[in-house]
Design a protein around this ligand. Structure first.
Ligand code: SF4
Length: 238
C-alpha cells in the first residue's frame, strides 16, 4: 500500500489521505493521518499564482492575502507530483458499497486531521462521515462558513479571523478556531491552544479541535511562513 490514498476526486480537485504507512512527523499535530485537497490541473504553486487554488480554498482570506501557513513548495508540491506520477492508490469510486467500506476501513481506529492543505469542506460530507465513522479522533477546520451557502460538516471548527467572526459562529452553535496577533485578548469562552505552552500536547493527544465536541473555542497566535501578511478582519461583513 502507498503512503497516500486518493479518497475523492472530480474534474477539478483531488483529496489525498497521507500517513498510511509512515505517520506524519509534524511536531504540532503528532502522528495523525492527514487529509489534503489539491487542484488537479496544475501544481500547487502555480495554482496559487493563477488563483486556481480557489477551487480548494474558496474565499479563505489567507489564500487572498498569501498569508497561508502552508509552504506550497515543499510537501504539497511533493504530494502533487506523487499523485501525477501515479504513486497513490485510489479507492473504488464506482462501487458505492465497496467505496464506503474502504473509507470505514481507512479511518478505523485512526486519528485524522481534516485539512493539512486545502479546505476539506470541498469534499462531499458523506465521504468525511464515512471516513470518520470508526476513527479514534478527528481535528478539522473550514474557512468557508462565512462565505459559502454550503452546509459545512459539524466536525469542522469554524476558522475565524476576528472576535466578531467568532461571535457570529457561536450564535449559530459552532465552535471556532481563531488566529490572532494578541493571545492575551480572549473572549470568555475561548482558550489558547494548549500546544502553545506545552509542546508535549499535540493535536493527536488533545483532540479539542473536533467541532462536534462541546467545549471552549480555540485561539492560536498567528504562525507559519507568511505570518507577517496576516491581518485580522476588524468588522464582520455578510
Ligand atoms: S487545541 Fe488541541 S487539537 Fe486544537 S490545534 Fe491546539 S493542540 Fe491541536
Amino acid at each position: 500500500m502507498s503512503n497516500g490514498i486518493v479518497i475523492f476526486e472530480d474534474d477539478e480537485k483531488v483529496a489525498i489521505l497521507t500517513g498510511i504507512k509512515r505517520p506524519s512527523s509534524n511536531p504540532k499535530t503528532g502522528a495523525m493521518l492527514q487529509l489534503s485537497t489539491i487542484v488537479k490541473a496544475v501544481d500547487p504553486v502555480t495554482a496559487h499564482k493563477t488563483n486556481q487554488d480557489k477551487l480548494i480554498c474558496g474565499e479563505c482570506i489567507h489564500r487572498k492575502n498569501s498569508s497561508c501557513y502552508v509552504n506550497l513548495g515543499q510537501s504539497v508540491l511533493q504530494m502533487y507530483r506523487a499523485y501525477k506520477n501515479g504513486s497513490y492508490t485510489k479507492l473504488d469510486f464506482n462501487n458505492r458499497a465497496v467505496y464506503i467500506q474502504q473509507l470505514n476501513e481507512l479511518g478505523k481506529l485512526a486519528l485524522i486531521r481534516l485539512g493539512a492543505y486545502g479546505d476539506c469542506s470541498f469534499i462531499p460530507n458523506f465521504i468525511l462521515t464515512e471516513l470518520m465513522r470508526y476513527s479514534t479522533g478527528v481535528t478539522g477546520y473550514t474557512h468557508q462558513f462565512f462565505t459559502s451557502e454550503k452546509d459545512t460538516h459539524r466536525a469542522f471548527m469554524i476558522s475565524a479571523e476576528s472576535k466578531n467572526e467568532a461571535l457570529q459562529a457561536h450564535k449559530l452553535n459552532r465552535r471556532t478556531f481563531r488566529v490572532t496577533h494578541d493571545i492575551d485578548d480572549l473572549l470568555d469562552n475561548e482558550i489558547v491552544c494548549p500546544n502553545m505552552n506545552n509542546t508535549k500536547i499535540t493535536c493527536s493527544n488533545c483532540l479539542l479541535c473536533d467541532g462536534r465536541k462541546l467545549g471552549k473555542n480555540i485561539v492560536v497566535q498567528v504562525h507559519g511562513v507568511n505570518k507577517n501578511k496576516f491581518k485580522e478582519i476588524p468588522i464582520y461583513k455578510h
